[in-house]
Design a protein around this ligand. Structure first.
Ligand SMILES: N[C@@H](CCC(=O)N[C@@H](CS)C(=O)NCC(=O)O)C(=O)O
Length: 213
């Protein structure tokens, strides 16, 4: 059984969506990343920085969201969520997928933390360049890798949705909203969102927030 280390409403939620898209059996191991005393030290033997997501599949540990997404979509290739290695869409697929965690995510974090920097000081470049790039790509094509939904969309759409709708960190653009509308109507997305909502209700941090609101 594939074991999935997850925290609801976090970066691992895109992997939950992907698992629902792949329709493979999996078992969730909740990691309480919002625990008052921090994540249990035991978890470090799975994920060296004690972060989610992580998976264990056939006795192999995979960490880092981009690696997990690539691994799962390739291992469960029958779901057709990863262009084959010799398919022309593979280039845009890998580029978009890795971009989410190597550029999009750090750029947003730097902006939220009000870092002042120039593009050549960090490998991820500037906020304006990132927003312009994502906007340009989604104007040119309906999905992250081209004409078809792929595993790269579980990451890109999760990143856009969370940072634009919940963090208000990404500027609202019609093309981002249209893209989210396209992908979020997928049954697997709805199933994952419902599962995440139910899981969040079991997390003391969110239960406490509800009680005090
Ligand atoms: N580089 C990691 C980052 C994952 C990450 O930042 N996860 C956050 C959740 S959104 C986390 O586990 N935070 C808990 C902590 O830092 O203690 C990846 O891509 O998988």
């Amino acid at each position: 059984m594939l074991k999935f280390y997850h925290a609801p409403w976090s970066r691992s939620s895109s992997v939950l969506w992907l698992l629902e898209e792949l329709a493979v059996p999996y078992e969730i191991e909740l990691v309480d990343i919002r625990a008052k005393d921090g994540v249990s030290e035991d978890y470090r033997k799975i994920q060296p920085n004690k972060k989610v997501p992580a998976i264990v599949h056939d006795g192999l540990v995979v960490t880092e969201r981009a690696a997990i997404t690539i691994y799962l979509a390739d291992r469960f290739a029958e779901a057709k969520l990863a262009p084959a290695v010799d398919h022309p869409d593979r280039a845009a697929y890998l580029t978009s997928l890795v971009y989410c965690d190597s550029v999009f995510d750090p750029v947003i974090c730097a902006d939220v933390q009000k870092f002042e920097y120039t593009s050549n000081q960090f490998p991820f470049g500037t906020f304006d360049d990132m927003v312009a790039n994502v906007e340009r790509r989604l104007t040119a094509q309906p999905f992250a890798a081209g004409a078809h939904f792929t595993a790269a969309d579980t990451q890109l759409a999760s990143s856009i949705g969370y940072t634009m709708n919940f963090m208000n960190a990404l500027p609202e653009r019609p093309v981002f909203k249209e893209y989210l509308a396209r992908v979020e109507e997928r049954p697997a997305h709805r199933r994952a969102a419902e599962k995440d909502m139910a899981l969040a209700a079991t997390v003391p941090f969110f239960a406490g927030a509800e009680a005090s609101s």
